[in-house]
Write a protein that binds this ligand. Structure first.
Ligand code: ADP
Ligand code: ASP
Ligand code: MG
Length: 506
């Protein structure tokens, strides 16, 4: 089981989480992975930014808040007689954080490796509190730092697991605990390289930690406890009419997560596919609700299931300026440069005889992408063989996901009609040949309107794309190629998409 930040965000929520994990009705044994208390990861990162900027007062006041939040939780959670050791544990961990942040203050620097070590202290604090509470309640439990058992590469801030050593270490550490009836309370989000340097798996990475450990331990199921009733047809904060989906496939869930559905970390499903371990996404605030089951395949999937969006993205366009230079050559160079810079290309689209092409990257990766492209194409740019690189940050990505869209004509046309009715400009479109996802780049200021327009709730069919069909997308071809060197090494994902678009009336 995995409990997210809001599910362990207070003493009350920790009690609820402990009750879920120690429920005698559950099949045993159970291990849990926990996030930091809600907002703590942001607070830790903010503290380090204060340190880097030389602002020791800001750093100090944040650390005081960090200490107070955990000590208050400890006081509410544990009986007086059991508090001293836990308070000492909290003091030790916060002291560690202070030591690392103090180094950053002195150096005016935030080295990624130190950031990873420091930011994981949020999870270590919550694991300590929950394990102590379980013990106080009579459920033997032990806090485990995932740095001991999750072995990763050295991509600090966004590391990938090395499954074989992780399997060995986690089994050696956790199976004896489980055999003795001790419930392991494992920190989510973090790991360490084989030579012991601390790493983290990227923001929201505790879901990924839980799936890595589920695969390593060959768990029969993974339950992800969060603050909504399951995976929904849209982000409920954006679309009030969003409904919970009873079942989604691994592929659908992965596409939704990859395209912005925060409810799951994008890499969560990958470790589970081989052993076909089913996942439940459930609400820790409403445990009686069934939640969403994520399974390898659904036989009766129909149409579009859900719509999701990403606002913090940027569109990069490139166009050869000389007819002597082939577009394919420029594309290959550009994608190779992005791959080497470890940039994730979200959507790639190419059209027109001028062979211009564009692709979408996350805003956080924009600078890295620009630098990689400028250096890879330095010669072509200097000699005007390629037009200057264009960047548009006023865009957003909308993705409509559903395995059942395959072979169903007219869905894309209805989506475009719905968006154009809202007068939102469509900038680029891509669809995988599996027809699992239709990705649409729209102007940023119209993104939320477009999400709501595309999402229509119909009681019978769940998410239904609006039904007016007077504009048709005749066709577009896209090939997607995923490259993942090694088993799970890296978010290196290159999507090659070649699309030829013909619209009628759009
Ligand atoms: P946790 O802290 O438990 O990991 P997160 O905040 O990371 O939880 O993810 C849960 C949130 O994801 C929900 O509160 C919801 O607002 C958001 N969300 C976005 N898209 C979806 C979706 N399609 N279905 C459910 N929740 C979604
Ligand atoms: N605490 C980490 C974060 O906020 C990891 C997680 O909660 O999944 O990103
Ligand atoms: Mg999360």
């Amino acid at each position: 089981m995995k409990f997210g930040g809001t599910s362990v965000g207070s003493a009350e929520r920790m009690r609820a989480a402990a009750a879920i994990a120690s429920d005698p009705a559950l099949a045993r044994p159970v291990a849990i992975v926990v996030s930091a208390m809600s907002k703590i990861t942001d607070l830790l990162l903010d503290t380090m930014r204060h340190a880097e900027a030389g602002d020791s007062a800001g750093m100090g006041s944040n650390i005081a808040r960090l200490r107070e939040r955990h000590l208050e939780c400890c006081r509410e959670l544990l009986p007086a007689g059991r508090r001293a050791a836990t308070e000492a544990g909290i003091a030790y961990l916060i002291g560690e954080f202070e030591r690392i942040a103090g180094g950053m203050l002195m150096l005016n620097e935030m080295p990624p490796r130190s950031v990873d070590e420091a930011v994981a202290i949020g999870e270590r604090l919550s694991a300590l509190l929950i394990a102590e509470y379980l013990n106080a309640q009579g459920t033997p439990a032990e806090a485990v730092n995932a740095a001991e058992i999750v072995v990763t590469d050295a991509a600090f801030g966004n590391a990938s697991p090395l499954m074989e050593p992780t399997r060995e270490k986690s089994r050696a550490r956790l199976l004896p605990l489980l055999a003795r009836g001790v419930l392991p309370v494992i920190t989510g989000f973090n790991g360490a390289t084989a030579d012991g340097r601390p790493t983290t798996l990227g923001r929201g990475g505790s879901d990924f930690s839980a799936s890595i450990l589920s695969a390593a331990l060959e768990a029969s199921e993974l339950w992800i406890w969060t603050d909504v009733d399951g995976i929904m047809s849209a982000d409920p904060r954006l679309v009030p009419g969003a409904v919970v989906l009873d079942e989604v496939t691994y592929a659908e869930a992965a596409e939704l997560a990859y395209n912005g559905a925060k409810v799951l970390h994008p890499r969560t499903l990958a470790p589970l596919i081989e052993k076909k371990i089913p996942v439940w996404s459930k609400n820790s605030f409403a445990t009686a609700k069934p939640g969403t089951r994520i399974v390898p395949a659904i036989h009766s999937a129909t149409g579009a299931r859900a719509v999701t969006s990403l606002a913090r993205v940027a569109m990069i366009s490139l166009e050869p300026a000389s007819p002597e230079l082939s577009g394919a050559h420029v594309m290959a160079r550009a994608l190779d440069a992005l791959d080497r810079a470890n940039v994730e290309v979200l959507v790639f689209s190419s059209s027109s005889y001028r062979q211009n092409f564009c692709f979408l990257v996350r805003t956080e990766e924009l600078e890295k992408s620009r630098q990689a492209l400028e250096s890879a194409l330095a010669l072509e740019l200097a000699h005007d063989y390629v037009h200057p690189i264009q960047v548009d940050e006023k865009v957003g990505l909308l993705a409509i996901v559903g395995e059942g869209m395959q072979g169903k004509p007219g869905i894309a046309g209805r989506i475009f009609t719905a968006i154009s009715r809202e007068k939102v400009n469509i900038i680029a479109i891509a669809q995988g040949s599996s027809e699992l996802t239709i990705a649409i780049v729209v102007s940023r200021d119209g993104l939320e309107k477009a999400v709501r327009a595309v999402h229509r709730h119909d009681k019978r069919t769940r998410t239904q794309i609006p039904l007016t069909q007077n504009r048709t997308l005749i066709g577009f071809v896209r090939q997607k190629m995923y490259r993942r060197p090694g088993s799970l090494n890296g978010p290196i994902k290159i999507c090659y998409a070649m699309s030829v678009l013909h619209f009628q009336n759009l």
